[in-house]
Design a protein around this ligand. Sequence first.
Ligand SMILES: COc1cccc(COC(=O)c2cn[nH]c2)c1
Length: 248
Amino acid sequence: MRVDIISIFPEYFAPLDVSLVGKARERGILEIRLHQLRDWTHDVHKTVDDTPYGGGPGMVMKPEIWGEAIDAVIAQAGPAASPRMIVPTPSGRPFTQETAIEYAEEPWLLFTPARYEGIDSRVAAEYGSRLRVDEVSVGDYVLAGGEAAVLVIVEAVGRLLPGVLGNARSVADDSFAPGSMANLLEGPVYTKPPTWRGREVPEILLSGHHGKIARWRRDQALRRTLEKRPELVARLDPAGLDKDDRKI
Ligand SMILES: COc1cccc(COC(=O)c2cn[nH]c2)c1
């Protein structure tokens, strides 16, 4: 997978050199190219923003600069004829595990994180006629810029790419993963020592009864979901809950 990111703060993406995403890059599973938006300005101050038409607070990012930058990046046609363009914004479609799975299938993603009050809306309109342009939100709050959202999306997508997570780890067991974990939060996890500061690990987990353990884990997930995200419980498919029960 090829990922292009255009930003006025390319240094913001240094964290993508470490951990899982860093290893995926070293192994050629993921190729990330960073671009400084200001390289496409033509004035001495390298201006990328201006006052909003219609008045109001803050500044809006100018369409010309973004247009030249995006044109330059998509002209470097890579694994696909054109990339899927992703614009992180509070006014976007919610980014979920389902979206991450969908993006993990894409050969080429182009991220255009905005600063200020956003990018002139004509940019999404201009490219929406040529590319798939997704305006996505990583949460109902406002960041100073889309860069942090890009880090979140790249990590959520990168960990799904084949070979990135150790074989021992199946993404099928993730919270929100489609199938039996859909709309369920993962329950509590434990490791050695069996007793820590007088606190024991739940006995069932040491029992070796895989069917009972699976049921206990699902019940814990249900309990946690009910407590933390009751609105998800309404969406549960009761039939799906027993799907993974191994016959005892
Ligand atoms: C494109 O327009 C804007 C406007 C304002 C801020 C931003 C940065 O993104 C976010 O704040 C965000 C993304 N998901 N949840 C919050 C983009």
